[in-house]
Design a protein around this ligand. Sequence first.
Ligand SMILES: Cc1cc2nc3c(=O)[nH]c(=O)nc-3n(C[C@H](O)[C@H](O)[C@H](O)COP(=O)(O)O)c2cc1C
Ligand code: SF4
Ligand code: SF4
Length: 394
Amino acid sequence: MDDLIYKKAVFYVMSGTGNTYRVSRWIEETVNRDKTETKVVMIEDADFNKDFNHSNDLLLGLLFPTHGFMPPWSMIKFLFRIPKRSDLPVMCVATRGALKIGSLHIPGASGFAAFFAAIVMFLKGYRVKAIFSLDMPSNFINFHWGLHPKNVDKISKRSQHRLKLLIPRIFNGQRILFTRNNLWEILWCVLLLWLVPLLPIAYLIIARMFMAKVMFSNNDCVGCGMCARNCPNNAILMKKIGSKKHPYWTYHCENCLRCMGYCKKKAVEAGHSWAVLLYFITSIPIISFVWVWLHEALNFFPVKSGYLTIEAVYVFNFLLYIVYFLSAVFLSYWIFWYLIRFPFFNSFFSLTTLTHYYRRYHQPETKVKHLVSKKNKSADARDSSVNRKAAMPS
Ligand SMILES: Cc1cc2nc3c(=O)[nH]c(=O)nc-3n(C[C@H](O)[C@H](O)[C@H](O)COP(=O)(O)O)c2cc1C
Ligand code: SF4
Ligand code: SF4
């Protein structure tokens, strides 16, 4: 690695539970040994004018986790915010969730995630030099158990080793595009497009509408507000219930699971029993009731009597369902939030939730302060100094 082509690098990072942040630090360690000037910037702190202010030997890195085979919402928005630039080389990296069961290593699948970033950057005039996805211990613990530390270590070591081989090649100017790893991701893309063509887009919407609305804090929550302060999307409001404050999840949550992974009291749950109930509430065949009512009250047969075409009835049904779905999700969460303030209901939903029994996950070497945007940190410092002043006797 004597004559590296890229002597400088800026890595823009989005990371929920620290995996992607750690990967950016591992890359930094690999190239810093050869005196490359690197900078890791959380996407909330990006300052394009300052960061891009260098010479031809700069490589731009975009690193983010996979959420439902796509980049997370905040990363997608960030990609669209990046200014157009001609010819700046870029590397797109998606971390993905791997599992290990005994000696069996189950790789994750990033699907469209890294390709999506690469296409946006290409359309903005950047030179896409490398696209790859990297296995990290899966943090998706609202869907499966948290990995044992031994398995976390094994998956991480494997990825570190892979980076040691890959990164020098990229910094030496080799293109990393047509690889076995990308073939694996293309196979996933083809499979998904064939099975459920709109899955990635549907996931982005459903996760936002549904998954955030099953999060709650259990009776162990002490109302410290750490989850709210460290949320990358400011998606948690601390609301007063009785004598203490509790976190309330808003629609800004994109399910990065930082709050769940870093809560010291293990108090953040993704309510499975509540999700099942919510599923039934939102899938009540409301349209059938409406048609039966219209028929009984008004003797209304729209298709038969020629008032509406069958297509118009379908569109009406669909719109009605959307209106019902949105109001049902909204109202149910409100009722749910009211119920969980009572220890009995809170215990019921906690004990019937699998996350209650799962180990939590965050990347072991990464502290939450590493992930929090500098802006948030300074706002926090300001707040606490104001609070300290307010607490001082006058
Ligand atoms: C909501 C959500 C969706 C996920 N979807 C996928 C996926 O589609 N494919 C995959 O391989 N991993 C998936 N994962 C796992 C993460 O991408 C993976 O663990 C990643 O390394 C987490 O990085 P972070 O700690 O930087 O947030 C998902 C995780 C979450 C929380
Ligand atoms: S959920 Fe955890 S981090 Fe959030 S307020 Fe409660 S105890 Fe604090
Ligand atoms: S509320 Fe929790 S899961 Fe949602 S975006 Fe914030 S930290 Fe991530």
